[in-house]
Design a protein around this ligand. Structure first.
Ligand SMILES: Nc1ncnc2c1ncn2[C@@H]1O[C@H](COP(=O)(O)OP(=O)(O)OP(=O)(O)O)[C@@H](O)[C@H]1O
Length: 257
C-alpha cells in the first residue's frame, strides 16, 4: 500500500474583522508519494502546514483541489460511507488523545473494542498493550479520565497499533510522555514499520530525527526539502532546514555530555 497525494491545495478563511475574511493558504499544490516500510518525519515551523497535510492525508479534512490515493484507489471524493471500507487500514494518532478516546470508558473497553474491530482475540490485543506498558491486570478497569496525559497518549498509540494499520499518521503523539517512554514507543514504531506507510510529525525535532528514515521539511504550505536522514544532517540545503537544525543544536549541544 502506498499513500499518494497529488497537487493538494488547501486555503482556510480567517476573519480579521466583523465583515472581513482573509485567505490563509495552508497547503500549496503539494504532491508526494509515501511508500510502505519507510518512516517519513515531517518538520517545519509552526503554521507551515504539517497538521493540514496529515488531516488531508487521512481525509479528516478535504482539500480544495488535488487528490489522495490509497494504493491506486483515489479516495479524495469518496462518501463517508464508502470510506468506511478503509477504516481498518488508516489510523491517525493525534497530539490530543481525547479526540480519539472515550473519557468515561475504561482502558479495557478501548482495548477490547479495538480487538473486536479487526476481529482478533482480546488476548492478542492485550499482548500488544502489555508490551507497550499497559498490562491488563493493572489497567483493565482504569477510567480514561483518570489517566495522565502521557498514559492517554500511550493508550491512543496502543489502540492504533492493535488495528495493524497499513497507513498510520502520528501528529505529536508523545508530547506528554517523558523521553524514556517516548523512545520506547518510537522504537516499537521502527520495529513495526514493515508493510506500513508511517508519517511522523513533531515539533520536537529530536524525536523526528530519532525515528524517521526520511525527512520532509515544510515551510509556508510547501515541502521545501526532502532527504534521507543522513543527508538532512550532513547537507541540509534549504534555509528553513538549516535554521531548524541550528536552533535544535543550540538548545541541546553542550547540555548533554
Ligand atoms: N481550521 C482552520 N481555520 C483557519 N485556519 C487554519 C485552520 N487550520 C489551520 N489553519 C491555518 O493554516 C496554516 C497551517 O496550519 P497547520 O496547523 O497545518 O500548521 P502546523 O505546521 O501543523 O503548525 P503547528 O506546528 O503549530 O501545529 C496556519 O496558518 C493555520 O493558522
Amino acid at each position: 500500500m502506498r499513500l499518494y497525494i497529488e497537487n493538494i491545495s488547501k486555503v482556510y478563511k480567517r476573519r480579521t474583522s466583523a465583515f472581513k475574511w482573509v485567505d490563509i493558504p495552508a497547503l500549496k499544490n503539494i504532491s508526494y508519494e509515501f511508500d510502505e516500510g519507510t518512516i517519513y518525519g515531517v518538520i517545519g515551523p509552526s503554521g507551515s502546514g504539517k497538521t493540514t497535510l496529515a488531516n488531508i492525508s487521512v481525509l479528516y479534512d478535504r482539500p480544495d483541489s488535488g487528490s489522495v490515493y490509497y494504493g491506486n484507489k483515489e479516495v479524495t471524493r469518496m462518501k463517508p460511507a464508502d470510506l468506511k471500507s478503509y477504516a481498518g487500514i488508516v489510523r491517525y494518532v493525534f497530539q490530543d488523545p481525547y479526540t480519539s478516546l472515550e473519557p468515561l470508558r475504561t482502558v479495557g473497553w478501548h482495548i477490547d473494542t479495538a480487538a473486536q474491530s479487526i476481529h482478533i482475540v482480546q488476548e492478542e490485543a492485550w499482548k500488544i498493550a502489555t508490551y507497550l506498558g499497559m498490562p491488563e491486570s493493572r489497567y483493565r478497569d482504569s477510567i480514561v479520565e483518570d489517566l495522565s496525559g502521557g498514559q492517554r497518549q500511550r493508550l491512543a498509540f496502543i489502540i492504533a497499533m492493535i488495528a495493524d494499520p497499513a497507513i498510520i499518521i502520528l501528529d505529536e503523539p508523545f508530547s506528554m510522555l517523558d523521553s524514556y517512554n517516548s523512545m520506547f514507543l518510537l522504537n516499537y514504531l521502527r520495529m513495526n514499520k514493515k508493510g506500513r506507510v508511517i508519517i511522523y510529525i513533531d515539533q520536537n525535532i529530536g524525536k523526528v530525527l530519532y525515528v524517521a528514515d526520511r525527512i520532509l521539511v515544510m515551510d509556508n504550505g510547501s515541502i521545501v526539502e526532502d532527504q534521507e536522514l543522513s543527508g538532512i544532517l550532513s547537507t541540509p540545503s534549504h534555509e528553513t532546514t538549516k535554521k531548524l537544525l541550528k536552533s535544535y543544536r543550540k538548545i541541546y549541544d553542550g547540555l548533554l555530555k
